[in-house]
Design a protein around this ligand. Sequence first.
Ligand code: ADP
Length: 164
Amino acid sequence: MGKIAVYPGSFDPITYGHIDIIERGLEIFDGVIVAIADNAQKKNLFTIDERVEMAKIALREMPDVVVENFSSLLVDYVEKTNAGVILRGLRATSDFEYEFHMAHMNKTLNKRLDTLFMMTGRDYFFISSRTIKEVASLGGDVNGLVPEIVVEHLRKKFKIRRSK
Ligand code: ADP
């Protein structure tokens, strides 16, 4: 069995920033499980089914990637897969404090698991699901920042201008 990493997140929606981390993760791991959190406490724009569907379509040409949803404690979910590593992306300083706390919390909850951080690609450091939603909600064009299937879903929610 090869080395597997779990890449957890909200993916509300998946962006090219996430996909860059997945592609680079596959250079290190034999497989990546994209684990989409079904967290009722978080106010997401897309339902869990929509987030999973968009990710599955966006990643369908990557045979070593599977997309799943989870609603339990992350360390319990990871324990049930055969992964030993949690993969996370890190953008400048904005992500650091939260990620630092979560990594230590997860390590405290399960000593066998470690978190591996990959620095965001320089073409993607400004992309977040939150800014994508903000821009799209105001009609801005997010083509080239998110996969086509995500543009289509955003277009159903908001009136987005066509690219110039
Ligand atoms: P969460 O709600 O858990 O933060 P996200 O879907 O927003 O979930 O992000 C999942 C992971 O991907 C996080 O580690 C986040 O820092 C990382 N990430 C998000 N956008 C980017 C990006 N543009 N470049 C690199 N990593 C990113």
